[in-house]
Design a protein around this ligand. Structure first.
Ligand code: HSE
Length: 316
């Protein structure tokens, strides 16, 4: 017996990679995300996803092409519940190709709502693999650095993909993120295609050293070390060419007091880590101004690094 007929969940935007943690680090952002309502229905099985919100008209409604639909199907299949007929309504509030984990927000909200509808048979961590299937359909790679923080909230480190081993890391409360989304679209699939497949041993050593020292810095509140660790040798060198004004924006963010600054996920958004909310706001203005100089309007978001993950917003 299911406790509800209908459940609505929200899942937040996320910053993935965090400069030195390509595909293995990410954190949730407060205040922006998608909403998904899952209801038990008795009409057409596998019916299309019902889309609304500012960006709903831009994504496919066919379940097998929609990240929320794919995640729901993966969940039902794994639970031996493929026969269960559910309606999926997606309020798509997040811009596409933004680098803010838009597709992850949809799939995380979908599996979170479905789990609740079924009486929470799984833990939140156990939902991650289903949401990852949404990422596979969105960009060809089932990476977890957006879906894991979107579900769990806060900062996560993915130690291993096979088997999946995800660690939640608590961050200093005074640490804030500035996230700036310039108004261009960059598809993750394209931003992944341009990456090098062969990385030199020297770069592997530098990247692992920075990732390790970044984690130590977070745990020890060592902001100088945090800043020294925020270098990306894998994705940023290739992806900056896709983001007009990137170098200038990063330079100005650091000058305005950011601890470090880099590409959020696969871009085009930029994120910066700052030691207070006040600095985060000053840095946001600088990055926004830099994008304007490059001819781009942008939206800014400020968030703690301990922002909550997916949550239930309505039940019937
Ligand atoms: N780690 C992924 C990438 C994140 O950089 O391709 C995509 O948001």
């Amino acid at each position: 017996m299911n406790p509800y007929k209908s459940v609505t969940a929200f899942a937040p935007a996320t910053v993935a990679n965090v400069s030195c943690g390509f595909d293995i680090m990410g954190f949730a952002i407060k205040g922006i995300g998608d909403k998904v309502t899952i209801s038990l229905q008795s009409d057409i099985p596998d019916s299309p996803v019902i889309l609304s919100g500012n960006y709903g008209h831009l994504i496919p409604s066919e379940r097998i092409k929609n990240t929320a639909g794919v995640a729901v199907n993966a969940f039902l299949k794994a639970r031996g519940n493929s026969q269960l007929n559910v309606r999926i309504e997606l309020e798509k509030n997040m811009p596409l190709g933004s680098g803010m984990g838009s597709s992850a927000s949809s799939s995380a909200a979908a599996v979170f709502a479905l789990n609740h509808l079924l009486g929470c048979p799984l833990s939140v961590s156990e939902l991650i693999p289903f949401a990852m299937e949404g990422e596979r359909i969105a960009c060809g790679a089932a990476h977890a650095d957006n879906v894991a923080p979107a579900l769990l909230g806060g900062f996560v480190l993915i130690r291993s993909y096979s088997p999946l081993d995800i660690i939640s890391v608590s961050c200093p409360d005074e640490l804030f993120c500035t996230l700036v989304h310039p108004h261009i679209e960059l598809q993750t699939i394209d931003a992944r295609r341009i990456l090098k497949n062969d990385i030199s041993m020297e770069d592997v050593v530098k990247q692992s050293a920075n990732a390790a020292s970044f984690m130590v810095a977070l745990l020890q509140n060592d902001y100088n070390l945090l800043g020294r660790s925020m270098h990306d040798l894998l994705a940023e060198p290739k992806r900056t060419q896709l983001i007009p004004g990137f170098e200038n924006a990063k330079h100005n963010a650091l000058n305005a007091g950011a601890i470090g600054c880099g590409i959020s996920g696969s871009g085009p958004s930029l994120f910066a880590l700052c030691r207070s909310e006040l600095t985060a706001n000053i840095v946001a203005k600088e990055i926004k101004k830099s994008f304007l100089d490059a001819g781009l309007e942008s939206d800014t978001f400020i968030s703690s690094l301990n922002a909550p993950g997916a949550c239930i917003v309505n039940t019937k």
